[in-house]
Ligand binder design. Structure first.
Ligand SMILES: O=c1ccn([C@@H]2O[C@H](COP(=O)(O)OP(=O)(O)O[C@H]3O[C@H](CO)[C@@H](O)[C@H](O)[C@H]3O)[C@@H](O)[C@H]2O)c(=O)[nH]1
Ligand SMILES: [Mn+2]
Length: 706
């Protein structure tokens, strides 16, 4: 199931107002780097009272009720009736489970599990309150930046790609072109494309992009027809070039670094262009490559000896800049004398295109972005993987080495490359020769050292950076002991997101099993405490709806968000949590699968129509279906029990829980029994789910014997 599709759409001439992409103009958010107290060498002479950024602090809002906080009542001894057919074999004697259950007055385990689930919900809810403390939104004034282009600092742009069969060249090159065409002095931009597949398809496509970029970057409105023609030719060249895309990818190759240059330049091509560099780092099967993190580390080193810009924009290959002013906006923060000294990066939100009207998969991630102003106000958000402008100096943790001129210590920190160490100590210097060719000695250094697969093993910085699974996300730039409690709470809330799986499963199974056995877990409807219960539930739902609508989304978005949260908890977060534990205890290494960016027309149509696609692996779909069938069955059997035993007063809450789940996830039922299209839930997965449900119905009751 494609829960969060990354969908590329080609950019079109930048004068067309429909050029699209990812970097949106506002809001921008910043992060404070407490480890790097820079003196901001790169800032031009700017009076300290110049204001580039307006921190518009919204008033703190009051607390809210937890999403699933439930109150635990424990004085509930009940005679247990069971029609379970499950049988237990005990010391050679067969005893029905219901008999065992009947002999126990109070089953402790279900109460304990529900209590733990509620505690976890409460704990995560408390962590989330930190987001409400001090939300900040910011406004930038790019027009106040120095008018003299020479005063703007250079920017290196890093773009990562790995496999042209999954990440089609056209999309990748559109990203490259969007970065080259930023509204920024062209000679201050150097774009580095990292190709982890070491593929000639990507190398050739980069050469084609370089040729086209000369038209694109220097494009003027009157040449619109011409540029469209050129763009079509460029597209065609890429298509022809991509014929054997999957066969071109290699996991075992020497490094290739090619600076695109003007060997075929005509005299008329004298205008200044951004630098474009293709980098395929060395990869060997025997050496861990650390995925995107490893690729970015290589780009940091290679770019240091080629353009060494003090600021770095990181983009995924399908996240292009739709707003050409993003670099200037970022500079409003970096050049602000008050903000800059403690600033490590400026994070732009990720925006996705081709999202259907209702966004049934919650692909816009509004749930996530809604919280961003809250983290901004209390020290700054995490890096979200791409679309951020980083300060190079902060990456080097220069504060630690500022006074250290001992070359051996430097080599211990940064590895054996003299050129890299020189670049760290010096302020910005253009290393490229005029004809955009690297000189022989430097070329050797880049190939043999900086882009090699073993360089990281020989430097403290490399070991530290490579130790993080995906790049330096989530506070890598922070000294965790210097973070405020509130900021730690926000970061913890983010990291604990998958932990929801535990209380989610608790509430999706335990009350239902108890319902089937007539064991009440919650207050009676006639009990005054029931009102508290109902209030907490309704208030939490209404609070969610209010948050969604306050952000500008429709009421339906809250339903889709709830659905996606439930589906994720039931399936992918379950595996993610299990995987993390297995990895932690060394039982199974965590791995990374590249997201397929190829757009499948049929899937796209379904997506646009708001029809869920259940063609994913049965591993992902079966837990969702099983929980659905189990809850539906529990509801009906439970209702029959309530009617027969007149226990509505005691069991109503427990009947409501599966009913609520079944209504919210009606689309699962529809996909199993109503739909006939290709993307429905296949009968085999439904059957498997029925088997799993039967298993839970039979053996789930075991928890009642403790
Ligand atoms: O060995 C690899 C694997 C991936 N990538 C690149 O890394 C980027 C992200 O990979 P993708 O498969 O698109 O992962 P997603 O899960 O969609 O990425 C999200 O999650 C990642 C992990 O947090 C972040 O780094 C990304 O920015 C964020 O968009 C892409 O440009 C890939 O080409 C590499 O360069 N080398
Ligand atoms: Mn992606």
């Amino acid at each position: 199931m494609n829960i969060s599709p990354d969908i590329s759409v080609p950019i079109f001439p930048k004068s067309d107002n429909d050029s699209v992409g990812i970097l949106e103009s506002l809001p921008t958010h910043t992060v404070v780097d407490r480890t790097s107290l820079s003196d901001n060498n790169h800032a031009p002479d700017i009076p300290t009272d110049t204001v580039f950024v307006d921190n518009n602090k919204r008033p703190t809002r009051t607390t809210t009720t937890p999403k699933y906080l439930q109150v635990y009542e424990c004085d509930l001894p009940h005679s247990l009736q069971s029609n379970s057919s499950a049988q237990l074999v005990q010391s050679g004697k067969t005893t029905t489970l219901s008999q065992i259950i009947k002999t126990r007055e109070i089953p402790i385990l279900p109460f304990l599990l529900i209590f733990i689930s509620e505690l976890l919900f409460t704990f995560i809810w408390i962590l989330h309150q930190a987001y409400r403390w001090k939300p900040v939104t910011r406004t930038v004034y790019p027009e106040r930046l120095p008018q003299d282009h020479e005063k703007l600092p250079p920017v290196d742009v890093f773009i990562c790609t790995a496999d042209p069969s999954k990440e089609p060249s056209l999309g990748v090159m559109n990203t490259v072109l969007s970065a080259m065409a930023l509204d920024y002095p062209p000679h201050k931009i150097a774009v580095y494309l990292s190709d982890d597949g070491g593929s000639f398809v990507t190398l050739n496509a980069t050469r084609e992009a370089w040729k086209f970029s000369k038209w694109w970057v220097l494009f003027v409105e009157t040449e619109k027809k011409e540029i469209k023609k050129r763009y079509n030719e460029f597209k065609e060249a890429l298509e022809n070039n991509s014929v054997n895309a999957s066969g071109s990818v290699s996991r075992d190759h020497a490094p290739t670094i090619e600076v695109m240059n003007d060997s075929d330049a005509k005299d008329s091509d004298k205008e200044e262009m951004p630098v474009l560099v293709y980098v395929a780092r060395e990869k060997r099967p025997s050496h861990p490559h650390h995925f995107k993190a490893g690729a970015l580390n290589v780009l940091i080193r290679v770019s240091a000896v080629i353009s060494n810009a003090p600021y770095i924009l990181v983009l995924d290959c399908d996240h292009y800049c739709n707003d050409p002013t993003s670099a200037r906006q970022a500079m409003c923060f970096f050049l602000d004398p008050k903000i800059s000294p403690k600033l490590a990066f400026v994070q732009f939100p990720q925006k996705f295109h081709n999202i259907s009207q209702h966004d049934i998969y919650d692909a816009r991630l509004h749930y996530y972005w809604r919280r961003w102003p809250g983290v901004d106000g209390i020290g700054g958000p995490t890096i979200s993987g791409c679309n951020m402008y980083l300060k190079r100096e902060a990456l080097y943790r220069k504060k630690n080495i500022k006074n250290d001129i001992d070359i051996n210590n430097m080599k211990k920190s940064y590895g054996s490359s003299n050129e890299l160490i020189k670049s760290i100590n010096e302020t910005y210097k253009q290393y490229l020769l005029k004809d955009k060719k690297i000189n022989g000695a430097l070329e050797k250094e880049v190939h043999q050292l900086l882009a090699s697969c073993t360089y990281d093993n020989h430097s403290d910085w490399g070991k530290e950076a490579s130790g993080v699974h995906i790049f330096f996300g989530g506070g890598r730039l922070y000294d965790r002991w210097k973070m405020s409690t509130l900021q730690c709470m926000c970061y913890a809330a983010l990291s604990f997101d998958p932990i929801y799986v535990v209380p989610f499963y608790g509430l999706a199974i335990i009350p239902q099993i108890c319902l089937l056995h007539g064991i009440p877990l919650y207050p009676k409807v006639s009990d005054p405490f029931f009102v508290v219960f109902a209030f907490i539930f309704i208030a939490s739902q209404l609070k969610h709806v209010q948050e969604v609508m306050f952000y500008g989304d429709s009421i339906w978005t809250s339903l889709y968000e709830l659905r996606v949260w439930m589906m994720k908890s039931a399936s992918c977060n379950l595996y993610a949590t299990l995987g993390a534990f297995l990895d932690k205890f060394g039982l199974q290494e965590a791995h990374f699968n590249l997201t397929d960016k190829v757009v499948d027309d049929e899937r796209e149509t379904r997506f646009k129509k708001g029809i869920y696609d259940f063609q994913g692996s049965p591993m992902l779909i079966a837990p969702i279906c099983s929980l659905y069938i189990f809850n539906l069955a529990s509801f009906f059997i439970g209702m029959a029990r309530i009617v027969n035993t007149h226990k509505a007063n005691e069991l109503l809450v427990q009947a409501f829980i599966p009913l609520f789940g079944a209504i919210v996830n009606y689309h699962v039922l529809e996909a199993m029994v109503v739909r006939t299209d290709k993307a429905r839930i296949s009968p085999s997965v439904s059957l498997l789910s029925v088997a799993i449900t039967t298993f839970i119905l039979c053996f789930g009751s075991l928890i009642l014997i403790f």
